[in-house]
Design a protein around this ligand. Structure first.
Ligand code: NAD
Length: 366
């Protein structure tokens, strides 16, 4: 198979972890006889410094003309402490999602058994939890009308959804549920918000087309509580942009660390794959970032964009093997377990590559 992949490292640890994700893709191409052609594009703080724009047209052009994108993260302390900055790295992110029509963000939340003890939640509650989140990505308060009035003393952001926006992500969630546990939990705040009442109406309409899937509606506050109380009660979760943003970070604790969670942003064209974490200024340049979320994002890319299930499975199994052998980055190390071997970003990536090669009996070294 011949495919064109754009690597979009972005800022901070985005660069460090994406290098590992790319290496794994190269390894897969060698071992399975595929040809992946890589190109690089810029976004975020780095792009602002170079061109004045958080997402230059040249980057967007490359992304529109490739088969899949592996993204790192954007962000820089300069903007975090200056809310008045007019040009900001995350504007590149929002523009990219809008321009590429990436309306659905998928986040699989599954804890590797080897990390049960590393989570802040009790192992007996966590074991077996396997949730797939569908977070809507191009609507809600992030894109509604916003502004200030009363001479700047009052501010507002508008939560807005159209029937069409809810319908298309609901269909994706129900279709995914058919291939999994056949249950969809739709999360909203329909007891208070009009946009949530429309959300619930539309999900109920879509649900009628999937009689084999059980549907449950849950208010966001209850969902936040139940995720921690009984994560095994969820299969597929579908929710809006803001609620999804918050709930998926909460759910990241089920997986032990931000450094373990991958995500896919998809629409009707090219797919974009990225870790859920940000650019992590506190550890940038130290070589200690966990690359597994980027590597698992590469596995999602192989599966969803290219339909390469065996290759994707090989990468996931290589991550499992690496953890079983006791290798950890600092963020997932259990202070009580002496046998764990703490590795830096690059070496951890190399161990996963070697394990992938061993698992598929690959004789070719990259
Ligand atoms: P963050 O996800 O960057 O970091 C949160 C904490 O988790 C930090 O302590 C960090 O060291 C740790 N962490 C994150 N990823 C890790 C990894 N791979 N390995 C080990 N530890 C890891 O979130 P933040 O600190 O709130 O934000 C930092 C910057 O990232 C901000 O500028 C923010 O705007 C940006 N951000 C970008 C994205 C994105 O690009 N999608 C998402 C979230 C935050």
């Amino acid at each position: 198979m011949k495919k064109k992949i754009v690597i979009l490292p972005g800022d901070g640890i985005g660069k460090e972890v994406t290098a590992c994700g790319k290496k794994v893709l190269e390894q897969v191409a060698e071992c399975f006889g595929h040809q992946f052609v890589f190109d690089y594009a810029t976004i975020g703080h780095e792009a602002i410094e170079a061109t004045g724009s958080p997402l230059p047209d040249t980057s967007l052009e490359k992304m529109k003309n490739c088969d899949a994108i592996l993204f790192g993260a954007v962000g820089h302390p300069k903007y975090d402490n200056d809310p008045s900055a007019k040009v900001r790295p995350e504007q590149g992110l929002l523009k990219m999602r809008k321009e590429l029509g990436l309306y659905a963000n998928l986040r699989p939340i599954k804890l590797f058994d080897e990390l049960l003890e590393a989570s802040s939640i009790k192992p007996e509650i966590l074991k077996g939890a396997d949730i797939l989140f569908f977070r809507e990505l191009t609507g809600d308060v992030y894109f509604g009308e916003r502004g200030r009035k009363d001479e700047g003393k009052t501010a507002y952001d508008t939560m807005i959804y159209s029937r069409y926006e809810v319908e298309r992500i609901a269909h994706k969630a129900f279709k995914a549920a058919l291939t999994r546990g056949k249950k969809v939990t739709s999360v909203d705040k329909a007891n208070v918000l009009e946009s949530s009442r429309l959300w619930r109406e539309v999900v109920q309409d879509v649900a009628r087309q999937y009689p084999d899937v059980e549907v449950e509606h849950m208010f966001v506050d209850a969902a936040a509580m139940k995720l921690i109380q009984n994560p095994r009660g969820f299969d597929v979760v579908v929710t809006g942009n803001l609620f999804g943003d918050i709930l998926t970070d909460e759910a990241s604790q089920i997986a032990g660390s931000m450094g373990m969670l991958a995500s896919a942003s998809i629409g009707d064209t090219v797919g974009l794959y990225e870790p859920i974490h940000g650019s992590a200024h506190d550890i940038t340049g130290k070589g200690i970032a966990n690359p597994l979320a980027s590597i698992l994002s590469a596995a999602l890319l192989l599966d969803i964009s290219f339909g390469l299930k065996e290759e994707s499975e090989a990468v996931i199994k290589a991550v499992e093997k690496t953890l079983r052998e006791g290798y950890r980055t600092r963020d997932i190390a259990d202070a009580n377990t002496a046998h764990e071997k703490i590795l830096g970003t690059e070496v951890m990536g190399n161990v996963v590559c070697n394990n992938a090669r061993m698992l598929v009996n690959c004789q070719v070294a990259v």
